[in-house]
Design a binder for this molecule. Sequence first.
Ligand code: BES
Ligand code: ZN
Length: 625
Amino acid sequence: MSALRSTRASRLRQLSALLLCWVSTAAFGAVDPHSYANPDQLRVQHLALDLNVDFARRQLAGTAELQIEHVDPKATELVLDTRDLSISRVETRNADGAPWQATAFRLAARDAVLGSALTITLPLQAQQVRVHYRTAADASGLQWLTPAQTTGKRHPYLFTQSQAIHARSWIPLQDTPSVRMPYRARIQAPKALRAVMSAQMSERPAADGRWQFEMPQPIPSYLVALAVGDIAFRSTGERSGVYAEPAMLDRAAYEFAETERTMALAEQLYGPYRWGRYDMLVLPPSFPYGGMENPRLTFLTPSVITGDRKLVSLITHELSHSWSGNLVTNATWSDFWLNEGYTTYLTNRLNEAQFGVEFADMERVLGVEDLRDAVAHADRADHALVRATPAADPDEVFSSIPYERGALFLSWLEAQFGRERFDAFVRGWFDTHVFQSASTAQFRAYLSTQLLAQQPGKVTEAQIDAWINAPDLPAYALMPHSDAFTQVDAVRAQWLAGTLDTGALPADTWAVQQWQYFLDTMPDSVSLAQLQALDQRYALTRTSNQILASSWLSLAIGRGDRRVWPDAERYLQSVGRMRLLSPVYRALKRTPDGRRYAEQVFAKARAGYHPIAQQSVARLLKEPG
Ligand code: BES
Ligand code: ZN
């Protein structure tokens, strides 16, 4: 009898839990499979960091203070995300100025992808939580560089990379893009060095020697960012400037001098820039990405500094995230295309406005080439814009698909409704979702009411479904075309057929994008002798352009040119950007000898790579050739 009653009671409890889950999911969007946090019950509203940067120990140590909103007034357990953090003490208090009181906490077993849930007992009245903690020397979101790994060679350097789920390796928090919070920070760094963050900052540390930061706008955890090193600043305009090591500053300032103009163009199309300043930080070569859109302070690879301002569409991409991504944020990593597909589309539009349609079309076609390549290397389940089941590890499924297929989707919508109407739609999407996180379902609902229903008969829901959920790219996708690349195709065909001399290629007049296209889409019929003639004439192996170097080395290696192996080795030890490393490693591992060589090179280069790049190269080398 009593057993029966307790079964019924537990069923009832299950049912009400389900109901609560359903109600809160409806209110806040989908539950994030990449976070242990419980923001539907207790939600972080503000973060205050107080950290000491210890280069000798490779450790950040201090406190994270969280302001908590009691969404469910009965909830008494706050769950935070952590990875490899040592937690020494957790305290709570009811309000500013009230005494801190120690509270109970437990750290769950470590999951290889998600880390360890930190469960904190939170009294019903407590509004604030303070966690005392230290990071691990191999924290996944931190890279500690020796002086030798910097440009100046005299000082160590530290930088963070929080996207997608690495903030938890240096801050205990609700590490989900569905939760947004303003933050402030106090950072104690060695005297000779400067700390910078994705926040408002001053030129000098405060009287107590700490650097102070404040981000007044609510941002998701993956946009909290810090760098510490021998960093100097140069203004490039009213609202923009560059931070870099002193030896890089001149070149960086020259390269990015036109940023202010890009900002003005973006504002014309997509509404006001809402973050105050837009500064850029040029990182040492081991930075694992091209760029990272940390608000107010984009982080950049030095590999875009070529001296000719030809690769600045990377800046345009990161700047565009100030709307798509930072202002309106993907609710979960399954909605990643809302960040990157939108941003790629915006970048194409701004490229067109700033550099003309020929330039924009070259970049669009290169994007589609990336898409082809990504599709060839990804499981079919990952070909759709939104996967049917979320990825186990967002880093593992990272590819050009959400970027380029997302951009093709938006370009197709633009073509169906006309540019004017579509521009108004995009701007409306940003304006109605400012400082919010949004899911693909929310996007679809907005699209249906604001565009599809307004212009009946133009686009069907089934077509939208196909774009978002089907593995195959819709047959009616509008593929970009570049006349400049058609010209490359024509002379390349002659050159391959032997009717045009290597020296007679008009390559000296080619834009870097034409070179990239020429190398990346080289047909298999090219002979080793032809490649070597090309190298002799254009000194490709010695190019200082790291993007071309990656294309060239992977092409030559792929065609069996062993003479470039030592150059590849040098390259793989000097570059940390994964997008540039991967093709070279991939080309090497196509033969058993090459794979062995790649493994040897990786063993030497590994320590210089960012933890995320280490993982990604290790994974790549494990896969079958
Ligand atoms: N936000 C991304 C970088 C990123 C994505 C970091 C996912 C971690 C996880 C950034 O905006 C980006 O897309 N960078 C590209 C720029 C390129 C497409 C112009 C890059 O790094 O190559
Ligand atoms: Zn991006």
